[in-house]
Design a protein around this ligand. Structure first.
Ligand code: ZN
Ligand code: ZN
Length: 412
């Protein structure tokens, strides 16, 4: 029998704090959420207090206000990200807070806005939040990204039905992607994570030197991996030894590329929602790690701005494997939200690599990371390149070749 919506919503809120953050007694929880999600946020807070949270703090956002600000505020406002906000996040991080982000936005919200304003804001935010980002990107604190539908977003995903119906359909899709529609979601997550860990263990054991991607869409790319790289999947352990799951859903097994070791061509296979603008149907050419040529049928200007944030934005910082046969991919829904789309497709990320993807990386200085071939940047943006006929062949250090992906799916 199908569980009723209220029960499911409460179980989902529970899953976020219990499995996502794995909230511990006495820990603060910081939530960022759209105001439309107030009912869900209240449920999350209730569950967090039940699990022993010392305090729940919410950073609210609202699309209408965001758009009004972009339409009316002068450029200086976008050049100066509020320091008090960045400081507040760092204060909470120092108190060992867990950070839950509810990612839900109209992918076309800022379609009519001057891309320079958006690029300026993205850059000043990245700079201001640099210290805070170290706490999450190095897994010092537990953090988790989840989603709930908003009306505007749901209508973009399901344009042919009424707003209410679109929201209902998006909830169903989110519940399916997060295994909430199964009898015991918490148990289902434990099993799922076990499967992912088997894949990352295999990849780590083989210690590949490079991966060769090919697909009938024209993708032909060789990605070298640095010495001592680590494949990570499912969850991570924070500085307090708590196991948390940073993305729900998560289907990926990922590591970092050697910064200067990417060569060839790659074609995108899903639209990329970047800060309220869409980039779609794009092609990148890499030489010695750097994007040396690119084109996009949609949003070329946005892609140009993204690649111009800094030098590191033109290099890759993540190599993620996701089978074509995953619940999200099989749903055939393009969510236009990276949390879902990246978990339906093999992907890379422009920009900063996770230091946790190399042995001892969390303790390395920026210079040491650079010397080990780890890319650094103010940005980190995933983009999807997986296809139904994708082949990935790994070459080990002893020269042996092993098929990793065949016809879009795990070959082992
Ligand atoms: Zn990823
Ligand atoms: Zn990523």
């Amino acid at each position: 029998m199908l569980k009723n919506f209220e029960t499911m919503l409460n179980e989902y809120a529970r899953l976020c704090v219990k499995v996502g953050i794995n909230l511990q007694q006495g820990q603060p929880l910081v939530i960022s959420a759209p105001i439309e999600g107030v009912d869900f946020v209240r449920l999350v807070a209730k569950n967090a207090y039940e699990l022993g949270a010392s305090e729940v703090h919410v950073n609210w956002n609202d699309e209408v206000l965001t758009k009004l600000k972009y339409e009316n505020a002068p450029m200086e406002v976008f050049e100066n990200f509020p320091k008090w906000f960045a400081d507040g996040q760092v204060d909470f991080a120092k108190k060992n807070a867990g950070f839950l982000s509810i990612s839900a936005q109209d992918p076309e919200l800022l379609k009519s806005i001057d891309p320079k304003k958006i690029a300026t804001y993205n850059k000043s935010a990245s700079l201001a939040l640099k210290e805070f980002r170290n706490y999450t990107m190095n897994d010092i604190n537990a953090w988790c990204v989840v989603s709930i539908p908003t009306k505007s977003w749901a209508k973009r995903v399901f344009p042919d039905v009424s707003e209410d119906e679109a929201v209902e359909k998006l909830w169903a899709a989110i519940f399916n992607a997060t295994r909430m529609d199964l009898k015991d979601p918490i148990k289902a997550w434990e099993n799922h994570i076990e499967t992912l860990i088997k894949k990352s263990d295999f990849l780590n054991k083989n210690d590949f030197k490079s991966l060769h991607y090919t697909s009938s869409n024209g993708t032909d790319l060789v990605v070298e991996l640095p010495n001592d790289h680590i494949w990570v999947s499912g969850g991570s352990t924070n500085a307090k030894d708590t196991y948390f799951v940073a993305n729900m859903p998560t289907e990926e097994v990922f590591t970092m590329p050697l910064k200067t070791g990417v060569n060839g061509h790659v074609y995108s296979t899903k639209p990329l929602n970047y800060g309220g603008k869409l980039i779609d149907d794009f092609k990148l050419t890499f030489k010695d790690g750097k994007v040396v040529d690119f084109d996009a049928k949609v949003g070329k200007e946005v892609l140009t701005d993204l690649l111009s944030i800094d030098d590191g934005a033109k290099y890759l910082g993540e190599v993620a494997l996701v089978p074509f046969a995953s619940p999200i991919s099989e749903s055939n829904i393009v969510f236009m939200n990276t949390l879902f789309d990246e978990n339906a497709s093999c992907h890379f990320a422009f920009g900063k690599a996770y230091p946790t993807n190399i042995k001892g990386g969390e303790k390395m200085s920026d210079e040491e990371l650079e010397a080990n071939g780890v890319n650094n940047s103010l940005t980190h943006v995933d983009f999807m390149i997986g296809s139904p006929d994708m082949s990935i062949v790994g070459t080990r250090k002893d020269g042996e070749k092993i098929q990793i992906f065949k016809n879009g799916n795990w070959a082992f």
